[in-house]
Design a binder for this molecule. Sequence first.
Ligand SMILES: *Cc1c(COP(=O)(O)O)cnc(C)c1O
Length: 355
Amino acid sequence: MNKKVHNFSAGPSILPKKVFEQASSSINNFNGKGLSILEISHRSKDFVDVLEEARSLAIEIAGLDKNIYSCLFLQGGASMQFLMTAYNFLNKKAGYINTGSWSTKAIKEAKLFGNVTEIASSSDKNFNYIPKDVIINEDYDYLHITTNNTIFGTQFHSFPKSNCPLIADMSSDIFSRKIDFSEFDLIYAGAQKNLGPAGATMVLIKDSLLDQVKRDIPSMMSYKVHIDKDSSFNTPPVFPIYCILLNLRLIKEEGLDSISKKNKIKSDSIYSEIDRNKCFSGFSDVSDRSQMNATFNLNEGFDGEIFNRICLKNNISGLNGHRSVGGYRASIYNALPLESLNILVDSMKEFELNQ
Ligand SMILES: *Cc1c(COP(=O)(O)O)cnc(C)c1O
């Protein structure tokens, strides 16, 4: 038997065991047809059913209207969406709130297509907070935010209000909490944080946003082309989409209310230990803490090697902080069980007692 590893990896990251079990059996024999999910046509009924169920489940879980929004599964990661959103919708100027490395990258790409205003930024404090009360009084083609900052461990707990279309990178907190998804005109999420394996990016887009497209856009970069072709303009990432479907079924079964509550319990538990333990300090502002990525640093005078050894002994994996923050980052996505979190909290306590 494999040893039980507690996986705090930031991405690609933990998924429900049930997804792995069902996905593995479908690699050998999909739907009992004697063929692997990896070797059937993306135009076959078996796969078209997978794609259609995944697209409609995503819209349903988000509580959106399928007559108003479309769901796509594209390739190229969230990083491709940085340029695709701007390519399609940035005509004159767009407003971005810069809350970290991913926002910064999105801004860099958007600048290739038009004027970009950084309406607010938390770069002055190494992105350890979310700018508040941002006033948006200009007519932007759209406003772009990163709802959860995977690297720095901050998260928007409410979203800026304006008359401009709102676009969000939700790669690391999609379907982790109950929010009003209809506040957004376009949401994109690389699958590998909370949704499925790397290789597919989910896009939820309000169809009316397409009216805003003014330029000629190459087919692969055009949301309209992908929508018109039911997310199968070319071969879609078949296997990642299948795994996403398996996970979406579980998300629907549990419901976002229950998932929100569990994630709150999990994040409260790690943050209260960070605040209590004399060896560690939290990185981000308390009011902006992420429920998905808890970042914390070792206080001066304590020996990180000892903590690393305790983590190793307790089979804790993937706890290293991103190089731009240092310290530790516990990514506590939907699929991470409370049991794993308890092991981490116990390891932090054990370290403190060792001092
Ligand atoms: C991981 C991540 C990205 C990058 O995703 P890719 O799929 O590697 O392009 C972008 N934004 C956020 C918020 C992320 O967490």
